[in-house]
Design a protein around this ligand. Structure first.
Ligand code: ITT
Length: 193
């Protein structure tokens, strides 16, 4: 079965490619020649995931899924949340990280979680899958694997950041890994291979 992944983020594509079962053939937006920016006007992860999946479904009529994800920091009232990709306004990971560290400067509560919501549109019907991982925000950059806020996120039960893990280690416990696991189970139960 063919599924389009409605994302412009290549790091997401790399992670998800490693997790999908072999009977699924995933096509990126590049593969379908879609280069327009999809404006994320929603106020929730669900709304934005639906918006991305629906934009591509309306254009192609094909089965598609999208991921909307972000980092939710308790002491910052949930920021950067749905604005995670645009937090510092420059679109650069290092600027987003610098801003998060600055906002948390002097704060003792460094609890945070990553959340990922996948929206799947299969034969015209919408389905949602959620994954979360709790952790804490480091006081400085740790490691250089991964993307986004990985260098400052230490998942609970570990003393290293996501950016100090291999892709396999991160996928096994991450928000995206958990959401994809639910999506895989759903597809397996439907027997859509
Ligand atoms: P698409 O909308 O094209 O999928 P995007 O990067 O804009 O790509 P989002 O709107 O879902 O995706 O924003 C998610 C942001 O949250 C992402 O850019 C990172 O800054 C952060 N983020 C999400 N998952 C992450 C992860 O696994 N590791 C580190 N940062 C992550």
């Amino acid at each position: 079965m063919e599924l389009i992944f409605a994302t412009h983020n290549n790091n997401k594509v790399k992670e998800v490619t490693k997790m999908l079962p072999s009977y699924l053939s995933m096509k990126s937006l590049t593969a379908i020649d879609f280069f327009e920016e999809i404006e994320e006007t929603g106020e929730t992860f669900e709304e934005n995931a639906l918006l991305k999946a629906k934009t591509i479904f309306n254009k192609t009529g094909k089965n598609v899924f999208a991921d909307d994800s972000g980092l939710v920091i308790e002491a910052l009232d949930g920021a950067p949340g749905v604005y995670s990709a645009r937090y510092a306004g420059t679109g650069k990971d290092e600027d987003n990280i610098a801003k998060a560290l600055k906002e948390l400067d002097g704060k003792t509560n460094r609890k945070a979680y990553f959340i990922s919501i996948f929206c799947l549109i299969l034969n015209g019907k919408e389905y949602f899958f959620e994954g979360r991982v709790n952790g804490t925000i480091a006081t400085e950059i740790m490691g250089n694997n991964g993307f986004g806020y990985d260098p400052i996120f230490i998942p609970d039960g570990f003393s290293k950041s996501f950016a100090q893990m291999t892709p396999e280690e991160k996928n096994a416990i991450s928000h995206r890994g958990k959401a994809i696991e639910k999506l895989n189970d759903f597809l397996t139960n439907l027997n859509v291979n």
